[in-house]
Design a protein around this ligand. Sequence first.
Ligand code: PLP
Length: 388
Amino acid sequence: MSKTRYSPTGLHVDSLLAHAGGGCDQATGAVVPPIPTATTFVRDEDYALVSSNHIYSRDDNALFRKTEHLLASLEEGADSRLFASGMAAVAAVARIVRPGGTILAQSGIYWGTTLFLRKHCARNNIALVEADAGDLEAFQDEMAVTKPDLVWLEVPSNPFLQVADVLSISAQCKQAGALLTVDATAATPLLLKPLSLGADLVLHSATKALNGHSDLLGGVVTTGDSSSEAWAFVCEERKNAGAVMGSFEAWLLLRGLRTLALRMERMTRNAQAVAEYLEKHPKVETVLYPGLASHPQHELAKQRMTGGFGYLMSVLFKGGKEEALKVAGALDVFQRATSLGGTESLVEHRFTIEGPESGIPENLLRLSVGIEHEQDLIADLEQALAGI
Ligand code: PLP
């Protein structure tokens, strides 16, 4: 998928993933690591740790480290930390900003993140400014006025699929001494590497494509500089606030990651075909997908999303809420459920879930495209659209 080779093994990303980062269980030689269930680890007679870094499982364990090491390699970053959910990762990063500080967040991102930032900032005397990152000049002007401590982007954004210019925004952040965080959940590290574009931190909901099987909640934050103050805070926050991933979830995530390259290849190809089909359909008003030439940031996405345009898209239907819900109700292969990034395709009427305050249009359906056969997905949409 990617041409990057990973040191010290020199493997391509597909091979690195297939081997779950490499190495075997030291004690037995097993090719699959055991699930560490112990919460605590003994000390010897002199009160020294029997195994270094093994004190208590809220701090760390061997499986977290193995999974984090693999995720940091994928991001071409320095270090990663797993969290109990994507939102736990969001919260840990947002808390870097102290009372009296300012966060500049992209508008129209995942509604859960927007809501968290609004409530968190209001309670903690942090100024929150929300701005459209689709217009780079306007966003950069806002940065110059706002002078934020932290800039928050989501690339591509959920559910509007905006592709913010991380490279240009990170250059301005560096000049102004602001921290830049990118939530790249809808891209995965295979399609977008925000750290190499100058971001300080990148985060993902591992619940989505990283795991890819809709059977765990998780989050991950990765840094390009493990000696930074921000990174020290994120690590301390994970340990002290305790939003740590369960060991079974870490094991499932590592297993899911083995097939990430394969899944992303198929999902991205399917999504492109579905987007092209829908765009030509007479009952469709607009398709929001960075892989379409009609997408406002298509040229930018081509430069930055080197591995493809991802599995997520939104479709706006001619008519309104009724038409969108009718299509959702008639789909058979696409499952009607929230979330994204699983092997199964999902459809969601975001307005019903998030309400009018979210600003999500009533005629919008979000599609997360899975690994099914492309013709089955298109046939399913065809029969559902015939009913409106
Ligand atoms: N970030 C994005 C872009 C998301 O779409 C989501 C969830 O949908 C989250 C973060 C939160 O992740 P989680 O549901 O794992 O807490």
